[in-house]
Ligand binder design. Structure first.
Ligand SMILES: [Fe+2]
Length: 370
């Protein structure tokens, strides 16, 4: 028995962004956008589309949203714009995650109260206050956050991260317009494309895999492997941007039902310690993780071999390593300052975490370690 569920409406294709007013309807909205959105004319475009319904524009959004600046933003937006019924998130994963953190009001009006709920100090099965709806407009092809209810929130001061995951933080709609992605610089294009590949593969070597998620993931991974190297040579190609945008959304849909697994679990410390971009941190280990996954489940092996169009496991691992190498991403943990001993320790530790335990080989690895 299996389930697949995703309530997010998807409007996609070049020009889809012009459909924003229809999705907003007669509601009042706040725009949360990436810092360069103003100079690219995107804030003016939203203002022109929504007129007086747009109550506020926030563009001071940093990568990897941290409680130190989320807190004052949250408290200010709820205090100054209590009537806003919807938030438009225009940007990459950090912007969409930030917007998800702004959706739920608390009785005290403080962000600390929401964090207490997320860290398990209080239960949150019902919204503690009002809830705004979210329209997510990704400007990168990678995060998948536009079709999931999750957000990663960092507390670098305390060296920890929170996972925001509430029943009402699914976006109402995602507008996937590749024309918004054409100005994305090379490094961010690469990191986001690899994040999407990681989502696809992590949803396959996952104990929560089902036939629908698997089909989406295989299609997404094939498209990314085929088109990302081409896009890196031709960043302004709308056609290639569209291929990556669709692949990233499919990978997002796949992992919206499985969650991620070992490669993501291994990534968070590297992002926290060294500021390594998420898409690189969660993808450099993919060949190693794939090697651990192969041989665990014949159906999974078949799916993975079909992505790379090869006949055996060694060829699949070599093909993935070569793919990353040609994009300039080292697959050696030492390149990120992690010794072989530390790497083995990190894997053992990651397998015990919630995402690591989604990894299809986690239980078998436990048995080997015992
Ligand atoms: Fe990711």
């Amino acid at each position: 028995m299996w389930h697949f569920f995703n309530p997010v409406q998807i409007d996609a294709g070049p020009g889809a962004f012009d459909g924003l007013p229809e999705l907003v309807g007669n509601r009042r909205a706040i725009l949360i956008a990436f810092p360069e959105a103003r100079e690219l004319g995107l804030c003016d475009r939203v203002q022109a589309l929504l007129g007086e319904q747009l109550l506020a524009i926030e563009t001071d959004i940093q990568p990897n949203p941290d409680v130190s600046w989320l807190s004052p933003l949250y408290e200010r937006l709820w205090r100054d714009h209590p009537d806003a019924e919807c938030i438009i998130a225009l940007g990459g994963g950090s912007v969409i995650d930030c917007a998800k953190a702004m959706l739920t009001s608390t009785p005290s009006g403080t962000f600390a109260e929401l964090l207490d709920c997320l860290s398990g100090k209080a239960s949150l099965s019902q919204p503690p206050g009002r809830v705004r709806s979210l329209i997510a407009v990704p400007t990168t092809a990678g995060t998948g956050s536009e079709v999931t209810p999750w957000a990663t929130i960092w507390d670098k001061g305390q060296g920890r991260k929170y996972s925001l995951h509430l029943p009402w933080t699914w976006p109402q709609a995602a507008i996937i317009d590749p024309a918004l992605m054409c100005s994305l610089p090379a490094a961010a294009t690469l990191a986001s494309g690899l994040d999407a590949l990681s989502h696809a593969l992590e949803s396959l070597w996952n104990i929560n895999r089902n036939p629908v998620s698997a089909s989406l993931a295989v299609s997404a991974a094939r498209q990314i492997i085929r088109h990302l190297p081409l896009l890196m040579q031709d960043l302004s190609s709308l056609e290639l941007r569209a291929e990556l945008a669709v692949a990233a959304a499919m990978a997002g849909l796949a992992f919206s039902n499985t969650k991620t697994a070992l490669a993501h679990s291994l990534s968070y410390d590297l992002t926290l310690e060294q500021g390594l971009p998420h898409g690189i941190a969660c993808s450099f280990s993919l060949p190693h993780v794939m090697q651990m996954a192969l041989g665990q489940d014949a159906q999974l092996d078949q799916l993975l071999l079909s992505i790379f169009e090869v006949q055996d496991s060694a060829q699949a691992v070599a093909a993935l390593s070569q793919f990353l190498d040609q994009l300039g991403v080292s697959t050696d943990p030492a390149a990120y300052g992690v010794s072989p001993e530390q790497w083995q320790q990190r894997i053992a530790q990651a397998l015990q975490g919630p995402r690591g335990r989604n990894f299809i080989g986690a239980h078998a690895m436990d048995a080997v370690q015992v």
